[in-house]
Ligand binder design. Structure first.
Ligand code: GLU
Length: 511
């Protein structure tokens, strides 16, 4: 009988959530929603030395901005709580003890110095990767090598110990991965991992497996960096006698740098001057804040759409998917084995697609704060019209002010290069004439403006096409922009006439 689907996102609060983490959460979420399952947020904070203040809340806030929600978890509770491993501390020891009782684990009393000496000794003997394993453990201080009464004496005396997994010497472990098929590893390559630490906390491995079992997890979907740990996890399920309810595994491909080799890192974003995290992150150590996609004006839907296609494809050429559509079409079978390049420009492209589909009214609402911050209070219809003309030119909403400033303020400077190329010969004379013609116009609609423009040029024996850029420069300060007559209509009669005259003053009446 198949069990109800339960999946979890299990981050460690060791710093801000990376895009890879958001994608892992997303794929878990999509699967849960598609299969009518339950999605759980479990915080794996057993390594107290790597704990970062605020990281847990940041994870929750990042995912919430993305529209990824949970059914159970640290922040909402649920029937399998607590969901923070530090709060489950008391539960783990009995499981470690069970493994010891069944001969799958043992106490080890070695000090740091002794472990270091062991590694040095093995290095001298040319062992490439010195490990605590079935061969070396016999020379170390543990409950397998020491006489039983000595072990007991040490335990009674309260000597510090760890509990290690007793890795079989030479066995094949088979891990079935939905994305990679069967992955087979010989235990000779694996070490006797610590399951329980001297500080009374389980390690990631023990806590992770025990919690997946107790929380009845059916699918473990996580990053490829955990694939090397999967054989140990499978062995733990076997040692506990939990094979029947072992979850299915899916290890997601790495996110790679946009260019070159290697894993994606925050530095790649810094290099390109682009955000890296979903939302702004404040480093608790130095108080420094880095803006996220949210603050930079990206749409969460675009970010999610972009992430979904990193390592997964729908099997056809479609690229635009809403969350609802993703829930319908997502499948782990179509996740690639190979790493996926994190192409920042592609994210901009996605954002642009979503932006173009927003109504002018919606966009106007979004840009209003930027306008207010600049001390402007234009009426809604005007701002909406600016959005209509300009939105094709933006990747993100925050491009608004830089690109559209001249709709709200007369230009205070003019593009030098364009002025050098266009503001010459008969041009100033034409602009002067144009200002006079425009002054007389009673109605100022785009087609009329165009007609007057052309007539004035022809009367002076000039070609309209060659004057257009200079005209644009005079009214906007720039050499490129939206349809110039529509833009003129929007700026309005008086404003255009004034701007033409100011341009003549600044750029000169003569070519
Ligand atoms: N705590 C691990 C992490 O930070 C979870 C790995 C897993 O999902 O098993 O990614």
């Amino acid at each position: 009988m198949s069990r109800p689907v339960r999946v979890r996102f299990a981050p460690s609060p060791t710093g801000p959530l990376h895009p890879g983490g958001v994608r892992t959460a997303l794929f878990n979420y999509l699967l849960a929603k598609q299969l009518g399952g339950t999605f759980i947020l479990r915080v794996e904070d057993t390594d107290q030395t790597r704990f970062v203040e605020g990281a847990e809340q940041f994870i929750i806030d990042s995912l919430s901005w993305c529209g990824i929600t949970f059914d159970e978890g640290v922040h909402i509770g649920g029937p399998y709580g607590p969901y923070r491993q530090s709060e489950r501390k008391a539960m783990y020891r009995q499981f470690a003890d069970q493994l010891i009782a069944d001969g799958h684990a043992y106490y080890a009393f070695d000090t740091e110095t002794e472990l270091e000496e062991m590694r040095e000794r093995l290095k001298r003997a040319n062992v490439a990767s010195p490990q605590y394993n079935s061969i070396t453990r016999v020379n170390m201080k543990n409950s397998l090598s020491l006489p039983a009464d000595e072990t007991q004496r040490r335990l009674d005396a309260g000597d510090p110990f760890v509990i290690r997994f007793k890795m079989p010497r030479n066995e094949e472990v088979k891990v079935k991965d939905i994305i990679r098929g069967w992955v087979v590893v010989n235990t000779a390559q694996l070490d006797d991992k610590v399951l329980f630490k001297s500080d009374g906390m389980p390690t990631y491995h023990l806590a992770n497996v025990v919690d997946d079992y107790l929380m009845k997890i059916t699918h473990v979907i996580r990053g490829e960096e955990w694939l090397p740990s999967a054989p140990l996890h499978v062995l733990l399920y076997q040692s506990f006698g939990w094979e029947e309810v072992m979850p299915e595994f899916a290890h997601l491909p790495l996110l790679l740098k946009p260019d070159g080799d290697g894993k994606l890192s925050k530095r790649d974003g810094d290099r390109l001057g682009l955000p890296f995290y979903a939302i702004a992150w404040t480093n608790p150590e130095n108080g420094e804040t880095t803006a996220g996609y949210r603050e930079a004006g990206y749409f969460a839907e675009a970010y999610i759409n972009f992430l979904a296609l990193l390592g997964w494809n729908p099997g056809d050429n479609r690229e635009i998917f809403s969350m609802e559509e993703l829930i319908k079409v997502f499948s782990l079978d179509r996740v690639n084995k190979h790493g996926a390049r994190y192409d920042f420009q592609k994210l901009n492209w996605f954002n642009q697609q979503y932006l173009r589909h927003k109504s002018d009214a919606e966009l106007a609402k979004m840009v209003m704060p930027a306008l207010k911050a600049q001390g402007h209070d234009f009426n809604k219809n005007y701002v909406q019209e600016v959005c209509r003309l300009m939105k094709e030119r933006w990747s993100v909403v925050s491009d608004f002010w830089e690109s559209s400033r001249y709709f709200f303020e007369a230009p205070s400077s003019y593009d030098v290069e364009v002025a050098g190329k266009r503001w010459k010969d008969a041009v100033p004379g034409f602009i002067e004439q144009l200002a006079e013609v425009f002054e007389e116009m009673k109605s100022f609609k785009a087609p009329e403006i165009e007609a007057e423009f052309n007539k004035t040029a022809e009367n002076m024996g000039l070609k309209p096409g060659q004057l257009m850029q200079a005209y644009r420069l005079a009214i906007s300060g720039q050499g490129a922009g939206p349809a110039v007559y529509e833009m003129s209509e929007l700026l309005g009669h008086d404003e255009v006439v004034n701007r033409l005259r100011s341009a003549l003053q600044t750029l000169g009446n003569h070519g």
